[in-house]
Design a binder for this molecule. Sequence first.
Ligand code: AMP
Length: 143
Amino acid sequence: MYQKILLAVDLSSHAELLCQKAAEMAELHQASLSVISVVEPIVSDSAFDTMPPLPVDFDDLRLQSLRERLQQLGAKYGIRAEQRFLEIGVPKREICRKASDLVSDLIIVGSHGRHGVELLLGSTANAVLHHAQCDVLAVRIHK
Ligand code: AMP
């Protein structure tokens, strides 16, 4: 039986499916469920001036909207507020770090995320599978 499940979502359209599966797994195992979403910082390089500059508060607005989305999903699928994590960094690293911090015994990821379904397994999912210290469940995301 799993006791501490960590769900990783990139807040794309697949997030609902992943939340539903994770909530079912948690219920089945009587486990606690946490969710993490990792925001990758946008690095702008002034050497490339083909794109108009981003508004100064762009990152704040992006973070705010992602935070709201995560809160909505958490509330809908019964994930407690203190178990919803929005982190900034490299997704694979932050997911594995959070799983270690929480002593999770299962990480749930989607087989694919925002980057498309060309590969057998997405790059984040693949990296988590290789680096996690616990079991990893990849939920199949169809095209
Ligand atoms: P990818 O490997 O990027 O195609 O995404 C596969 C899965 O990894 C997604 O369905 C999520 O479960 C997880 N994932 C990808 N990016 C993130 C992210 N930024 N934050 C949290 N989980 C993510």
